[in-house]
Design a protein around this ligand. Structure first.
Ligand SMILES: C[S@@+](CC[C@H](N)C(=O)[O-])C[C@H]1O[C@@H](n2cnc3c(N)ncnc32)[C@H](O)[C@@H]1O
Length: 234
């Protein structure tokens, strides 16, 4: 991907892991945490007229039939996405470099940000800033960014930062390497991009969840799912 600072191994692994991944899609429907995420997404897109889904992966976990225009992007787009959702305009595009004919009134990203890693911690934070500025640039004035994103506490991220670059180089799993942000990192990047926080809350972690290609019990990882609603400054 030109202009992208995404780690090259991560791009390939995202495609390999998420393409045709029925395990992921089925568990999403089954586990309560993802049902809560789906309800939030449905509620927050209820009044959308022109929606962009960033890092869609071929799955809409919320209704879109009522939305007149829906575009969806991912670093891979498969033929069956188009067959399952024929009214959606699909583009193979990176969140790091998004170009559209018209701006959107609503953009949504569900569990996408932590997949857009760089080779280093610094590059990964640069990607977070870049995504926020790309979202902001592609929203109408007063447009909304609905971000449903897995985060980690500050105490967890400090040691993870120390080993991250090495870990990415020798990544052993089929699941792509990820970097989950501390929620204040997300708030800061959004603010720098001219996105004003309207609402922030946690989604209850009341069920098992998926991480690194495994189904985990809630106590096995400190991740917390955040719902962030940002509005583009007019
Ligand atoms: C955990 S999946 C989430 C998929 C979907 N949003 C959902 O909630 O089920 C992360 C998605 O982000 C996509 N992704 C990774 N890097 C991306 C990038 N630079 N731009 C857009 N999407 C990306 C992956 O290919 C994958 O489909």
């Amino acid at each position: 991907m030109e202009n992208s600072a995404q780690n090259i191994k991560s791009v390939a692994k995202n495609q390999d892991f998420f393409a045709d991944n029925d395990w992921y899609k089925n568990l999403q429907g089954e586990l309560e945490l993802y049902q809560f995420i789906a309800k939030s997404a449905a509620h927050e897109t209820a009044n959308a007229r022109r929606l962009l889904d960033i890092g869609n992966g071929g799955v809409f976990i919320f209704p879109i039939a009522h939305i007149p225009e829906v575009e969806a992007i991912d670093i891979f787009v498969e033929e069956d996405f188009k067959m399952r959702y024929p009214t959606v305009k699909w583009s193979q595009m990176s969140a790091l470099d998004m170009r559209f004919d018209e701006p959107f009134d609503t953009a949504i990203a569900i569990n996408t940000l932590h997949h857009v890693i760089g080779d280093t911690v610094k590059a990964t934070y640069a990607n977070l800033d870049k995504i926020m500025s790309e979202v902001s640039r592609n929203l109408e004035p007063n447009g909304r960014f609905v971000l449903l994103e897995s985060t980690v506490p500050a105490w967890f991220i400090a040691p993870y930062k120390l080993v991250f670059a090495l870990l990415v180089r020798f990544w052993p799993l089929k699941h792509p390497p990820t970097f989950q942000f501390y929620f204040r990192d997300i708030l800061g990047a959004a603010e720098r991009a001219g996105l004003v926080l309207e609402e922030f809350c946690w989604i209850p972690k009341t069920s098992d969840f998926m991480s690194m290609g495994f189904r985990l019990k809630p106590w096995m990882s400190p991740i917390q799912m955040g719902k962030f609603i940002f509005v583009k400054k007019p």
